[in-house]
Design a binder for this molecule. Structure first.
Ligand code: FES
Ligand SMILES: [Fe+2]
Length: 346
């Protein structure tokens, strides 16, 4: 098969782009496509257009009408078709042009076709791979809470940060920073020491269990009032290369799950699919719980966006590691082994 061509305005070195393009990333939450309007998103510098057909199929294509090179984001959806804003060419769910209004008797040539890309809707997300392996099933994470009616999934629109996904995901799995930058939310400054923990290999990545005596300034956020601290039993399941579920368990089997899947938009821009699901307190408005998570993310954002080098160094000699960094060392090593080393080293 010929090598896939790079986006016109690609900001990545070619080898880095090709290595990243073989993996699956979320580009949208499923419900972002429910409005019957096409959604424009960018993955690895490739502008994409996504929409849902009346039969609920998700279609994702490169965002370009090949008549005169106009992005379809200027157009609209009619039934199962996209209509280009410039001259009204219409495109069906398979990408094929179905109508040329200015010359209705012209048989539509086969090559007049949008360039569709591989997509899968799963776990409440639309996942895309620009260069999927022809013979292997996509390795997507297994997050059973998202199909369990006992859990309520909640999310904000996915924000874009000025950082690389490697730095952002490493921040998500970093157990050593809670007691420092998160003292405005759950961080407990009286608990700076990080106890030793194990990094366990799993089929998709790594699992780490880590207990933390967190601050508890907001009873709505945790569901527990009357105590200034609260015991969290935290279990991370990292799914390589760039997705992680964190189960925060409190007393009595109350589970608050946090999911993080950063998507590379361009070399220095990342769209963050950060969402939650919990199995209790369904009477609390989602907005209150999401406001709490936004506050936590706001504590992380300036730190992550200012890290240098921007790319996560997978050469372990480049930064200094302590015992509490065992998880991130495993993550960096795994990225390097996946051939993503050049992608994340300066
Ligand atoms: S550019 Fe799309 S119809 Fe002409
Ligand atoms: Fe954090």
């Amino acid at each position: 098969m010929p090598a896939i061509s790079l986006p016109r305005h690609n900001t990545f070195p070619e080898a880095e782009w090709r290595a990243l393009a073989r993996h699956w990333y979320p580009i949208a939450y499923s419900d972002e496509l429910d409005a019957g309007k096409p959604l424009a998103r960018t993955l690895l510098d490739e502008p994409l257009i996504a929409y849902r057909t009346t039969g609920r199929q998700v279609v994702v294509a490169r965002d370009l009408c090949i008549h005169r090179g106009v992005p379809l984001r200027h157009g609209w959806q009619e039934g199962d078709e996209l209509v280009c804003a410039y001259h009204g060419f219409r495109y069906g769910a398979d990408g094929r042009c179905t109508a040329i209004p200015a010359q209705p008797d012209l048989p539509v040539p086969k090559k007049l076709c949008l360039s569709t890309v591989a997509s899968i809707e799963r776990l409440g997300l639309v996942w895309v791979c620009l260069d999927p392996a022809a013979d292997t099933a996509p390795a997507l994470p297994d997050w059973p809470e998202l199909s369990d009616p006992a859990y309520r999934m909640m999310h904000d629109p996915p924000p874009e940060w000025d950082c690389t996904p490697g730095r952002q995901l490493e921040n998500f799995i970093d157990v050593g920073h809670f007691s420092w930058i998160h003292v405005g939310t759950f961080g407990n400054r009286a608990q700076p020491e990080v106890a030793p923990y194990d990094v366990v290999k799993t089929p998709g990545g790594f699992r780490v269990a880590y207990p933390y005596l967190a601050a508890n300034p907001d009873a709505t956020a945790t569901g527990f009032s009357g105590s200034s601290t609260i015991q969290r039993w935290m279990t991370y399941d990292l799914h390589l290369p760039l997705a992680c579920r964190l189960v925060v368990e409190y007393e009595g089997g109350k589970r608050h799950c946090i999911f993080d899947a950063p998507t590379p938009v361009s070399r220095r821009k990342t769209r963050i699919f950060f969402f939650i699901a919990r199995n209790y307190d369904h009477h609390v408005p989602a907005e209150d719980l999401l406001a709490w998570e936004r506050k936590i993310l706001a504590e992380d954002k300036p730190i992550v966006e200012s890290q240098r080098p921007e790319d996560l160094p997978v050469d372990l000699s480049e930064e200094f590691h302590i015992r509490s960094d065992r998880f991130s060392v495993a993550f960096r090593t795994a990225l390097r082994d996946l051939g993503l080393g050049p992608a994340y080293s300066a």
